[in-house]
Design a protein around this ligand. Structure first.
Ligand code: FNR
Length: 359
């Protein structure tokens, strides 16, 4: 751990620590994995326009999301099954979130129950949900989240079907038991061939989910609702019209529709139509503090980190996750200083240059 100097190096440690089936599940994307590569590559095509002779003797990375203060605009994305990475699962991740003073979005497909996560963690938590064909199961989970002190519901909308993740198909990846659904139905599906995750998803997920269902979700909860999985200005507008409290620009870490665009390339068009009416969060391919800065310069309020968090967890539990967040924060702080931005509000569109722009 001491030898590690950047977040990417955690991936190698995770590869050594995990059984191949689980490493493939965490690291993989859909089909040709073109979007998976692009999510990171597209960041590399954005350059800085740094300003000098600005007083950067004090850097303040703090910000607020839905009114909740966090130490830096770096949050934890919802990722499934943390106990495949570490026996403590989501409780370790939650402790790291609390220690880092950031927000954790707990996955609907978490290995630990949401009550366990709540009992261990005084960090602000949001609950990510899918909508199941048996709507009462989802409704019950939303109620439990309210009771357990979760502060928002993040509705993931890019999984009407599961993307074809070929490594999982080859490995016959089994969808593990999820205790959140104990007594309701088994998530542990073992098909005779192919991926158990896919088999479970097609059995459980409601592919009829549509924009009208935001009203249904609104009718069962008073919590703010964020919609995760927006990639176009058209859908961003629909989300605003549906009255949600925020959106997450995301292609699900390139695990769903291959050849969907790298998220950083569509962020600006979405920010433009949203026009500041609701917060725009961002994820996909964030591996450096410079990436965090670029996403903020293009209008995101904060970024969510997916794979590096689970790689940190696999490598060294809570401490691994803390180190991942610390490294990103340190890099981000240096980037702010070297760009001439002492506070988050100082980061503007004019601090970056996208490939289509001429000077
Ligand atoms: C995910 N993601 C995800 N999203 C979601 O809404 N619910 C979920 O249960 C999961 N599960 C999940 C598992 C694993 C192993 C990965 C890698 C991703 C998507 C996640 O929230 C996020 O959108 C991406 O991971 C962001 O991209 P990076 O940071 O992994 O590049």
């Amino acid at each position: 751990m001491d030898q590690i100097v950047n977040v990417n190096e955690f991936q190698e440690l995770a590869k050594k620590a995990l059984p191949k089936m689980y490493y493939d599940f965490y690291s993989g994307g859909a089909e040709d994995q073109h979007t998976l590569k692009e999510n990171e590559e597209a960041f590399r095509r954005i350059m800085f326009r740094p300003r000098v002779l600005v007083d950067v003797s004090k850097i303040d990375m703090s910000t607020k999301i839905l009114g909740y203060p966090i130490s830096a605009p770096i949050m934890i994305a919802p990722t499934a099954n943390h106990q495949l990475a570490h026996p403590e699962g989501e409780t370790a991740t939650a402790k790291a979130a609390a220690a880092s003073n950031t927000i954790m979005i707990v996955s609907y497909m978490a290995s630990c129950t949401i009550e366990e996560v709540a009992s261990i963690c005084n960090a602000v938590r949001f609950l990510q949900i899918y909508v199941y064909k048996r709507r009462e199961v989802t409704a019950q989970m939303v109620k439990r989240a309210e009771k357990a002190g979760f502060k928002a519901i993040v509705l993931t909308v890019d999984v009407p079907r599961l993307g074809r993740r070929e490594a999982d198909i080859k490995n016959k990846m089994i969808s593990p038991k999820l205790r959140n659904f104990e007594g309701l139905f088994s998530t542990e599906v073992r098909p005779s061939e192919g991926s158990g995750v896919e088999a479970f998803a097609s059995r459980a997920l409601d592919a009829s989910l549509n924009w009208k269902d935001i009203e249904w979700l609104r009718s069962i909860t008073k919590l703010p609702i964020l919609v995760k999985g927006i990639l176009t200005r058209e859908d961003a507008l629909k989300a605003v019209e549906a009255g949600v409290e925020g959106i997450v620009v995301s292609n699900h870490g390139a695990r769903q529709l291959d050849y969907s665009p790298a998220t950083i390339t569509v962020l600006e068009e979405i920010v433009h139509v949203v026009g500041g009416r609701i917060p725009v969060l961002f994820d996909g391919g964030v591996r450096r503090g410079t990436d965090v800065f670029k996403a903020l310069a293009l209008g995101a309020q904060a970024v969510l980190i997916g794979r590096p968090i689970v790689f940190g967890l696999a490598a060294n539990g809570e401490d691994g996750v803390r180190k991942v967040i610390d490294m990103l924060k340190n890099e981000f702080e240096i980037t702010m200083a070297l760009s001439g931005c002492p506070t988050i509000n100082d980061i503007t569109r004019s601090h970056v240059r996208t490939p289509d722009e001429r000077l």
